[in-house]
Structure formats: C-alpha cells, structure tokens
Design a protein around this ligand. Structure first.
Ligand code: CIR
Length: 254
C-alpha cells in the first residue's frame, strides 16, 4: 500500500518563491479546491492519506515533496535551497518518523526533493539553484550501504530536475528535451513533451495511472497515444506558484 503525505495550502501561497515565473495573483480558494481534488485522486488510486495541516507562515509548504526523499530503506530530510522553505522540514520529519529511519542533510548541503528522480536503484539528482554537490555527497554516503547509485544532473534554466523529466510508465520517461538530454537516462522509452508546453514534463505515476495536469493537453495526447492511462487534475493555481503534481505529495510504500 502507498502512503501519501500531503499538506493543506498555506493562506500565504501568494507570497511563494518564484524563480522562472512572473508573479500572478493566486486564487486561494481555488488553489485549495484544486489541492482537494488532487488528494481525492490519490485516495481513489488507493493511497492512504496523511494530511498535514496548513503552515500559515510558510507560503510554499503545500509542496511537501521538497522536504524529504523517502526510499524503501530510509528517509532523507532535506535542507531546502530557499531559506524561506527550511522551516518546512520539521513537521514533515515528525510525519515520517513512524515509517522510516530518518537521515538529515546538513549545512553546507542544500537539497530540494523536486531535484531527486528515482528510477529503480538509481537516484538522478539535479544540481540546481536549490540543490548542491555537498548534499549529493551526503546522500551518496547515506545510501552507499543500500547499493544505490547517486548521479548528479546539471539543471540550468528551470527549477528542479523533475520539472524536466519524470517517469510515466515502467521504463518510460516524459522529457523536455530542451532542458535535459534523454541520453543521460540510459536505454528507456522516451516521450517528449509538446514543445509549446515547456512545463509539461512533471507527472506523477501511481501504479499504472498517471496523475497529470489538465494544463498541458497537447502533451497529454502524446501520453495517451503511448497507451498511458492518464488521470487529469486541474492544478492551474499551483502551477502559478511554480509547482505541479509530484511536488504536492510524498509517496512511499509500507
Ligand atoms: C518554490 O519555488 O520552491 C515553490 N514556489 C515551488 C516548488 C515546487 N516544487 C516542486 O516542484 N518539487
């Protein structure tokens, strides 16, 4: 069974961090309703929800993915690269304690979970404005006994590695080829996003169903042409905060 940790939308989401997007007003009630639809979708796909209350002082705290990396053997509590986001980790750590042994990224390391793409026993980690080599070295040391490979991937011009590439089926990746080259990921089936939808590579695979934003209909059509079962969710208000679908949950098996 999957557990999905989520957190309610902060009333201050309008003051979120933005790196590559211009600020637009966010309709907080609509953002909450969309987030609710997203969590309902996780539950419908069989996830047991652990819903954390909103953190009113922390604008980006709905994006729980960035606060931890949860593997079968342990969980790594991150040290987010944006100072405003570092206080988000303590409540995530409390929520994870019953399920996993916790390891922590320490200064000078910084790591956002959105930079970590796990495929089997390989962790591809974006070297971005949020994640640095010191954190990658710490992760590699934690994971060495468990036989993971940790591989850095340069991230330039977009926020997180998973803005550019996610897994959409067994052995299939959805990629924005302008941002990352498929050659980095070995011999896998590659679906490229539609070029007019730059942010369309972030998708959340649960079992054989792909949770996918309604905002990217052209790329969705490409996914469906590859016989991928898509469950569309409208997360347009969260996209304005530079988030998407992987970032709103921490998913792991128990
Ligand atoms: C940030 O800049 O940190 C937030 N506004 C968006 C974080 C999105 N996280 C993710 O995709 N993993």
């Amino acid at each position: 069974m999957h557990i999905a940790i989520t957190r309610e939308v902060s009333p201050r989401i309008g003051q979120c961090e933005l790196t590559h997007l211009d600020r637009q007003p966010i309709d907080i009630e609509l953002a909450r309703a969309q987030h609710q639809q997203y969590t309902t979708c996780l539950a419908a796909l069989g996830c047991q929800l652990v819903q954390l209350p909103a953190e009113p002082a922390l604008p980006d705290s709905v994006f729980v993915e960035d606060t931890a990396v949860v593997l079968d053997e342990l969980a790594i509590i991150t040290r987010p690269g944006a100072d405003s986001r570092q206080p988000e980790t303590s409540s995530t750590a409390k929520a994870l304690e019953p399920y996993r042994t916790l390891w922590r990224i320490e200064a000078p390391g910084t790591l956002d979970g959105g930079d970590v793409l796990r495929i089997g026993k390989t962790l591809y980690v974006g070297l971005s404005t949020r994640t640095n080599q010191a954190a990658i070295d710490q992760m590699a040391a934690f994971l060495d006994p468990f036989e993971y490979t940790v591989q850095g991937v340069q991230v330039n011009g977009f926020l997180h590695l998973k803005s550019a590439v996610t897994q959409v089926a067994e052995d299939t990746l959805l990629i924005n080829p302008v941002w990352v080259t498929a050659a980095l990921f070995g011999d896998r089936t590659i679906i490229e996003i539609d070029p007019v939808e730059a942010y369309a590579a972030n998708a959340l695979l649960i079992g054989e169903t792909l949770i996918y934003p309604t905002s990217y209909p052209r790329t969705r059509q490409r996914l469906e042409q590859h016989s991928i079962k898509v469950q569309a969710v409208d997360v347009s208000e969260l996209i304005k905060a530079e988030g998407a679908v992987t970032c709103c949950s921490l998913l792991f098996r128990v």
